[in-house]
Design a protein around this ligand. Structure first.
Ligand SMILES: CC(C)(COP(=O)(O)OP(=O)(O)OC[C@H]1O[C@@H](n2cnc3c(N)ncnc32)[C@H](O)[C@@H]1OP(=O)(O)O)[C@@H](O)C(=O)NCCC(=O)NCCS
Length: 398
């Protein structure tokens, strides 16, 4: 085992905490690969099901393997009945991310593999979660709108079935393909906050569902997956703004963040953002909604210029900047943008849980346990005797 050295690194930036074979980012060059394949190639030529198989297994499936994988996924789309009862009892204005995070342990309770911590059992749990997260998101959306959830359609692809269960309309091939492509682009991203949360939780030997629930919680934050919904809120606010440059300057001067800009790892354009930018243009044309494409590009140009003027050349659009107008033009409600991120990222989270649990002997401890520098008081130590009365009096005086 490597010697542990106590080095203070706030926020763990640049600290390598484990080995992974799942994905890799070159933040300087704007490169993202899953299991050796560049994200641009996968977005262009693969499907979400194939990508999920790749992330979970480490190689691209043969036609037969993909068929089996997809068939299993189609079978897994049915939710247990009690989930619908639980959803109906939730406050109808609950945030869909809170609903999703809460649904995961409820689904765990019916998983026959929950207490078998083998590699195969974890694969089966991953396959159930990949199929269940979209089903539960769609069911919740219908229930909160006073509608009955729809049964899955096994003739439809993963993305098309989600849109059908969500809206009650079978999507056209173009729309299904766009969503499928978005799912490919969001499926993994090395040790981001939510993936690290999953790995950290399962490093205690907690089960897959406990880890994924933690990942969903981490994803919901506005600095992580929650940014996409906030990008759309910003674009809607700016719809009739005449002075975009003034708004950007003011916003940054006030110390506020431009949502969808900046990244902890990329120092250049996020390759996923470049792909989604192009998709926003195509969707704007095919849906007659060019104004959102125009507005996001104007804001991109103006904000980038402003960041450069302030010497922050590395702050560029990230994946959330263009996924927001893309989802909006697809007719997806704004508060479902982040759940859709989760519906995709579950492929990465579950692959990382399996890697964390079953990777060959890694040169790291089995349980994550960082240190913190204590900067509080030392009452009771260093010759100072704990006296509750004095402590209370001191508190009252302060
Ligand atoms: C993602 C993010 C948290 C990464 O930031 P980071 O690499 O940790 O960098 P920091 O938060 O330390 O920011 C570094 C500097 O850039 C500025 N900055 C970073 N992103 C910014 C943004 N989107 N808007 C305005 N300023 C930004 C910070 O204010 C800070 O300035 P300072 O040094 O003068 O204090 C950050 O860019 C951000 O908050 N982006 C907006 C939210 C978002 O889109 N999240 C989705 C990420 S995929």
């Amino acid at each position: 085992m490597k010697q542990t050295v106590s080095v203070k690194n706030i926020g763990l930036r640049g600290v390598t905490v484990a080995d992974t074979k799942i994905s890799f980012i070159d933040g300087e060059k704007g490169i993202l690969i899953y299991r050796g394949y560049r994200i641009e190639e996968l977005a262009e030529r693969s499907t979400f099901m194939e990508t999920a198989f790749l992330l979970l297994n480490g190689y691209l499936p043969s036609t037969k393997e993909l068929d089996n994988f997809e068939n299993q996924m189609r079978k897994n789309r049915e939710l247990p009945d009690y989930i619908y009862d639980c959803l109906r009892r939730l406050p109808m204005d609950a945030d869909p991310m809170d609903m999703l995070q809460g649904a995961v342990p409820l689904l765990a309770m019916v998983d026959p593999d929950l207490h078998e911590d083998s590699r195969d059992a974890n694969f089966r749990m991953a396959q159930r979660l990949i199929a269940w997260l979209p089903a539960v998101t769609a069911a919740w959306h219908r229930i909160r709108n006073g509608r009955d959830p729809l049964p899955p359609d096994t003739t439809l692809s993963h993305a098309a079935n989600f849109l059908w269960q969500l809206t009650g309309t079978k999507p056209d091939a173009e729309m299904a393909r766009y969503l499928d492509c978005c799912l490919v682009l969001h499926a993994d991203h090395t040790f981001n906050a939510s993936t690290f949360a999953c790995r950290e939780v399962c490093s205690t030997r907690a089960h897959m569902y406990a880890a994924v629930a933690a990942g969903i919680g981490a994803l919901s934050g506005s600095l992580h997956g929650g940014a996409n919904a906030r990008v759309m809120a910003m674009l809607l606010d700016l719809e009739s703004e005449k002075d975009l440059a003034g708004w950007v300057k003011d916003h940054i001067d006030r110390g506020e963040r431009i949502m969808g800009f900046g990244h902890a790892v990329y120092k250049t354009m996020d390759p996923r953002a470049a792909y989604l930018k192009d998709m926003a243009t195509k969707l704007g044309k095919s849906k007659g909604m060019e104004k959102w494409d125009r507005l996001s590009k104007d804001l991109e140009r103006i904000a980038t210029t402003e960041f450069v003027a302030r010497g922050k050349t590395e702050i560029k659009p990230n994946v959330d900047f263009f996924s927001a107008p893309v989802y909006f033009m697809m007719g997806i409600p704004r508060d479902l943008f982040t759940p859709i991120f989760a519906i995709s990222r579950i492929a990465g989270w579950s692959s990382h849980v399996i890697e964390e649990k079953f990777a060959e002997a890694q040169d790291k401890p089995m349980l994550y346990r960082p240190q913190a520098e204590y900067v509080g008081n030392y009452c009771g130590l260093m010759g100072c005797v704990y006296d509750p009365l004095t402590a209370r009096q001191e508190q009252e005086l302060s």
